[in-house]
Design a protein around this ligand. Sequence first.
Ligand code: S3P
Length: 436
Amino acid sequence: MARTGSPLAPGRGTVKIRGTVTPPGDKSITHRALIIGGMLRAPLSLGHPLTSADARSSARVLRQLGVRVGPLRGGHRVEVQGAPWHVPEGTLNCGNSGTTARLMLGALAGCPFAARLTGDRSLRRRPMRRVTVPLTSMGATIREERGDGLPLTIQGGALSPLQYDSPVASAQVKSALMLAALGGRVAVTITEPARSRDHTERMLRFFGVDIDAQGTVVQLDGASFQPAEVPPQSIDIPGDPSSAAFLVAVALLAESGELHIEGVGVNPTRTGFLRVLERMGATIQRENERESAGEPVADLLVRPGALTGTRVDASEIPSSIDEVPILAVLAARAAGETRFCSVAELRVKESDRLNILAANLRTLGIEAAVEGDDLVVVGSDHRPRGRIETGGDHRIAMAFAVLGTVPGAAVALSETASVGVSYPRFFADLERIRGE
Ligand code: S3P
């Protein structure tokens, strides 16, 4: 794999994989811990938080609202001291982070002041009405500047209860409405078309909030939330399975050896990719299964192995949505065809992942197509060679960097800085686990 600006020299190929690696703290859980911690009154101490650009976006906007968030430095705990939120100092810039923008819109809906939110170019093109429409039904006033997206201004205040049938399975939508219910002290019932990740439910339950979650329906009464009664807490954030997925993939594509990936969150609403990989023929052992702050955690042991193409059904997508880029790369090395069904949501991620994945795979000489809302990839042992466009998207950059580790590959990335959004040490970890 060649980094940006380097010539398209053939990669040295990961012949042997080895060692032990701990992925960075879970991005979804870190955002939730910072935001919910900011709504409490007692201090919250976070072990193994993600300290990437996205986590910093949440920390920054919370500080602008009066929450005390200690520095986010790799290898250090982060201390959060919540407080009643005040009129923000300036516009809240959510950077590249959709989770910051959407969860903060929910949390701000019950606050009696106006706040303007914006983000970087990628975030400004992402839809916000999926959150602002139900928040408006609850009573928030939202003023858009350029149609469906940031920048926009939310004027919060007294809210009414809401029963909402969400048209998308989105944990960001579900969480925004739950946070609005907490801030506005009202009840919400949210029904999703499929179950999305449940980190908010688990964390709120851990903090003593009464939540009823059955299948695809979540109910909570914000009036039962007593932020002043939650005692000081200390929680350890599991390693991010979405970051671990890249390490799993490097190990599967190697020729020999084994890789230990420690402290990975294995919440079933996030580990659809492990189930898909097992069906493709991978053996991924879970060891030392345990629990941390209401989240299941395990160590993973991965050995190289041949993969066979599969059909990933629409029902499997919510639990593997962020892993489609790396699964598509693995599908390019599997025997036969892989079809990812109904992945339209990929169009509105940090980039248009659906089209960018197909285009990049084709650039490298791999057969790939978008058919309606499906992504189809035909596997082969063809040597991937060419320069791919990351679209400034961290998961696209990491997925193709992994493809660049196969013997005979020569993959150049248009940029590598985007990995700082979720996995700043990605290239260092990748180097450390590869043998020749
Ligand atoms: C996230 C939910 C997912 C996911 C995103 C993080 C979260 O988005 O793709 O990376 O932390 O709630 P959607 O809720 O839009 O599916």
